[in-house]
Design a binder for this molecule. Structure first.
Ligand SMILES: C[S@@+](CC[C@H](N)C(=O)[O-])C[C@H]1O[C@@H](n2cnc3c(N)ncnc32)[C@H](O)[C@@H]1O
Length: 224
């Protein structure tokens, strides 16, 4: 099993199937929306046009909900991180068509991004919506939400920054609740202070079709 330092990969690397439009959008619009950070630390003041709070969307999939969020919240900048390139192509096509300037995208493992390219206290909020639940017991170690990952995120959130999680897999919801509590780093709050209405995601609709209940868990970073 492949690892990023002490972190086990939360995804299986696969190129996925591109539509022609997704591939073309990736080629045409990556230079504008995409970031290839290599080893350097990101400077949000030069990456985004407006200086405003930055929200990290981890694993945005086909980008549908990220696009809606960016349209609904011009007062926020959104950094999306995703390993699935057809999904990135889809987002870039729609972001370009909607002339959105408050989105930037990175195509890498979020663990590598946080470890190598993000300064402390960078994000006002982090969204983890419908992360792969890895339901089989032998795969639980692949789940993204683990104590070391929550510690890494805590370093990158501003004081009282928000951690906003949704899942349609109730055993994962329980794991998330217990793991966040175990980390001792976050306090739960009743509702997001950033996002009044969470846009439905593709995986949320899929969960709905399968009869799954949706669980939302919102936390803020403890200050001491
Ligand atoms: C189940 S999908 C959910 C997608 C989207 N949030 C939604 O609700 O429709 C999880 C996504 O997270 C991405 N992902 C998983 N682990 C990741 C990681 N370590 N870094 C970046 N993306 C990751 C996967 O490629 C996949 O697209």
């Amino acid at each position: 099993m492949q690892q990023t330092s002490s972190f086990i990969r939360s995804f299986v690397r696969r190129e996925g199937r591109f539509t022609k439009a997704q591939r073309e959008a990736l080629q045409q619009h990556w230079p504008h929306y995409g970031i290839d950070p290599e080893q350097q630390q990101l400077n949000f003041e030069t990456l985004f046009i407006k200086k405003q709070a930055v929200v990290l969307d981890i694993g945005f999939g086909n980008g549908e909900s990220l696009l809606t969020l960016a349209e609904q919240h011009p007062e926020l900048n959104f950094l999306g991180v995703e390993v699935y390139r057809p999904g990135i192509g889809n987002l870039l096509r729609n972001a370009y068509d909607s002339k959105l300037e408050n989105i930037r995208v990175i195509n890498t493992d979020v663990v590598e991004l946080l470890q190598n390219n993000i300064a402390a206290s960078s994000f006002s909020a982090v969204l983890i919506w419908f992360a792969d639940p890895w339901p089989k017991r032998r795969h639980h170690k692949r789940r993204l939400i683990q104590v070391p990952f929550l510690k890494l995120l805590a370093e990158k959130l501003v004081p009282e920054g928000e951690l906003n999680i949704a899942t349609d897999w109730q055993p994962y919801a329980k794991h998330i609740h217990e793991t966040v509590k175990l980390s001792g780093l976050y306090t739960d709050i009743p509702a997001s202070t950033f996002i009044q209405q969470r846009p439905q995601t593709k995986f949320e609709r899929r969960g709905g079709r399968l009869g799954h209940n949706i669980s939302e868990q919102i936390y803020i970073l403890k200050t001491s």
